[in-house]
Design a binder for this molecule. Structure first.
Ligand code: UD1
Length: 316
């Protein structure tokens, strides 16, 4: 049994990782400051995890949290492109300074490996598709810059201190427990819950933008593989975590109509600042280096997600 520290454990991805690790019989410790994470995401597992309410900007708390840990899964962040456009300093603090704290604490505690939640936004709006890791990054939003800077810190800590680090560039992860209620929520969480309530979802832009939407179970699997992959293949590396297929917002809306039974039309609003048009990953590096293969396809993931929200529509 290994000990895992999950930063951002009360978030959508952090709490999903915790559940998966517990079901494998692993020991789970977690930190969260509830800035975007929610207590309800971990309430059912609180008695089985070592939870500490703490901010990753608190270096002492990170040192304490890393003591005795084998693997760190660093998910804590302010995960929003538009929020970062409004508050670049806040984004930088959480997404860069916070990461450096986690790395320092992990280095000092001699953890085996740190796996980092990097972002596909690092690629920016370059026209080449699919995006592969050898391409020059071209971040647009402050969020994308911060996530890329943290990736560089991951590599730097491997080179300078031999702390094994792996960065996983997540491509639009979605699934149960993703918060639909904030103006900065992921589009699938917002669309699914709006359409279940019979409300019109808002498409920002022309609806022809596309994403490589990735179901949560695939991201969880990638994290577990990244902990165990041989260092020669994984340490100091960056990997795309996606499905290798993209869908437009219009296609997504149509699929959701079928699943939710919503028969109305969408509304349209202005395109977002810092938004990118198309996103699609080449996942061959993760396949070769980590043994990663997406197991849940988009439509199946969408069905599972709507199912989960449907059971909770009364609370939405
Ligand atoms: C970006 C990153 C993603 C990161 C996420 C964190 C890219 C390609 N992806 O996601 O890796 O994890 O930020 O927030 O850069 N939209 C609507 N209506 C809505 C909400 C959103 O039409 O109500 C549109 C957005 O304008 C965008 C698309 O849906 O074109 C996806 O938006 P969102 O789910 O917020 O994710 P990204 O910004 O793509």
């Amino acid at each position: 049994m290994a000990c895992y520290l999950i930063t951002g454990i009360a978030g959508f991805i952090g709490s999903s990782l915790a559940r998966a690790l517990l079901s494998c019989g692993e020991q789970v410790r977690g930190v969260d400051n509830f800035s975007t994470g929610k207590r309800e995401n971990i309430v059912e597992i609180l008695d089985r995890i070592d939870f500490r309410e703490a901010d990753i900007l608190d270096l002492d708390a990170m040192h304490n949290s890393c003591a005795g840990v084998d693997y760190v899964l660093h998910q804590a962040a302010i995960p929003s492109v538009p929020k970062s456009v409004l508050d670049p300093l806040g984004s930088n603090r959480a997404n860069v300074d916070g990461t450096v704290n986690v790395l320092l604490a992990a280095r000092d505690a001699k953890v085996k490996r740190v796996v980092y939640a990097a972002s596909s936004s690092a690629y920016g709006d370059t026209p080449t598709l699919p995006k592969h890791e050898a391409m020059n990054p071209d971040p647009i939003s402050p969020y994308a810059v911060a996530k890329l800077a943290s990736e560089h810190y991951m590599v730097s800590f491997y080179r300078c201190y031999q702390l094994e680090t792996v960065s996983l560039r997540y491509f639009n992860i979605f699934g149960p427990r993703q918060d639909p209620s904030s103006p900065y929520s992921g589009v699938l969480a917002k669309f699914s819950t709006a359409m279940l309530r019979g409300e019109q979802p808002t498409i920002l832009g022309d609806g022809e933008q596309s994403r490589d939407f990735t179901f949560i179970d695939n991201a969880v699997a990638a994290n577990l593989l990244a902990c165990k992959a041989p260092a020669a293949q994984a340490a100091g590396q960056v990997f795309n975590v996606a499905t290798g297929r993209r869908v437009t917002l219009h296609e997504t809306f149509k699929s959701l109509q079928g699943i939710t039974g919503y028969s109305g039309t969408p509304k349209y609003g202005p395109e977002r600042d810092g938004d990118i048009k198309h996103s699609l990953a080449d996942i061959s590096k993760a396949a070769a280096g980590l043994g990663y293969k997406p197991t849940v396809e988009f439509e199946e993931g969408l069905r599972l997600t709507v199912e989960w929200y449907r059971k909770r529509t009364s609370d939405l």
